[in-house]
Design a protein around this ligand. Structure first.
Ligand code: SF4
Ligand code: SF4
Length: 370
């Protein structure tokens, strides 16, 4: 639904400037920003997707986000809308991320190339209705995910405030293209965790693959979130022949180590051709294994490998003695060697700064849609 936006300025001639993401669009009257979800109506900026969701939500394992060191084994009530601040050529969720909402936010449609007939109905909810559903589901966490959540700023603030009162943790699965003012509001509201994509380490990569001007705002958001107490995990999708150079991988590992710390989980993820197919190849086991080893050699405690079978890259190992702390089969936890007071069972290493929240020791497969 339509609602007046936060974080914007009036310019001359009824133009407005949005500060919700680092695109900082200047929007003419009757036009939308790059994300297509914020519209200038008579010199006032509105979000068109407040409470507009692609479904009532789904219950996902938190490991699917991916978050491996935050409330392991728990369920994340997952919600999404339409729109994104990027145009990634490889987007797996392009049918929602590249959709445009209708002016009252009850529908999304694709407005480009060969897909003009694609339309979807959006489910509308109030924050109170959403919170009731999440509480009823029994999930301890809620994830804003699948399309880009940062552009859903007003809805996130209003729902997170109520969710936190019910002791439900909130998670952003995000491209990290935030501004200092939007990040501050998210930090102040108490977002619990973020999985931030660092898609590449160069502006050239962001321009060519994501249609965004620079990587710097993403790096700044990761630092800002981490230094203000949000649990941060990083994901890097490795695309063959595009960002699979060992030097690039090493640069990313060094950056994470130097700026976010050795205990920041780093997920290397396998690409498969999708949407505009920037590469026709799938990521090989070999390059993911190499990335895992580079991260370990750099000194990162928790490298992971996703979207492909990689035994070491699925497990969490003790940074002190090297024993398995959590082993995983897909998204399920198959073995847990952590005491109730969050110490390694083998060497008693204190994991309180490394693994956040309760571990759900009875977790099995946790998918459902409703
Ligand atoms: S959220 Fe970002 S992309 Fe959307 S209008 Fe605002 S600055 Fe532009
Ligand atoms: S940032 Fe994520 S959702 Fe947005 S276009 Fe890129 S891959 Fe898709």
């Amino acid at each position: 639904m339509k609602k007046e936006a936060r974080l914007w300025d009036i310019l001359g001639d009824n133009k407005v400037k949005c500060h919700v993401c680092a695109n900082e669009c200047i929007i003419l009257p009757d036009k939308v920003g790059i994300c297509r979800t914020r519209k200038n109506i008579n010199g006032v900026l509105y979000t068109l997707i407040y409470g507009s969701m692609i479904s009532r939500g789904s219950l996902d394992p938190i490991e699917k986000k991916p978050l491996y060191n935050y409330w392991p084994g728990h369920t994340a009530y997952s919600i999404a809308s339409v729109g994104c601040s990027f145009r990634c050529l490889n987007c797996q969720n392009w049918s929602i991320s590249q959709a445009t909402p209708s002016d009252n936010g009850d529908e999304g449609y694709i407005d480009f190339e060969d897909y003009r007939d694609r339309k979807m109905s959006l489910v509308e909810m109030t924050p109170e209705e959403l919170v009731k559903r999440v509480v009823k589901s029994g999930a301890k966490t809620l994830a804003y995910t699948y399309n880009e959540p940062l552009i859903w700023h007003e809805w996130i603030l209003d729902t997170a405030r109520l969710l936190h009162k019910e002791d439900i943790k909130t998670i952003l699965v995000t491209n990290g293209f935030s501004t200092p003012e939007a990040s501050k509001e998210l930090i102040d509201i108490g977002i619990g965790a973020a999985n931030i994509d660092i898609k590449g380490m160069t502006d050239e990569f962001y321009k060519k693959i994501c249609g965004a001007p620079s990587v710097q705002p993403v790096l700044d958001t990761a630092k800002r979130f981490k230094s203000n107490g949000i649990h941060v995990e990083i994901t890097n999708l490795i695309i063959p022949d595009i960002n699979d150079d060992e030097k690039d991988i090493k640069k990313l590992c060094d950056w994470v180590y130097d700026n976010l710390g050795e205990n920041t989980p780093l997920h290397f993820s396998a690409y498969h051709p999708d949407y505009k197919r920037p590469s026709e190849k799938r990521t090989s086991f070999g390059i993911l294994d190499k990335a895992y080893n580079i991260a370990k050699e750099t000194g990162l405690f928790f490298p992971y490998v996703g979207n492909i079978k990689h035994e070491k890259g699925s497990n969490t190992y003790c940074p002190n003695c090297g024993e398995i702390l959590i082993s995983r089969m897909g998204f399920s936890l198959s073995k847990i060697n952590i005491t109730d007071d969050n110490k390694c069972k083998n060497c008693s290493y204190d994991l309180n700064k490394d693994i956040i929240g309760e571990i759900n020791k009875s977790a099995s497969s946790r998918f459902s849609f409703f």
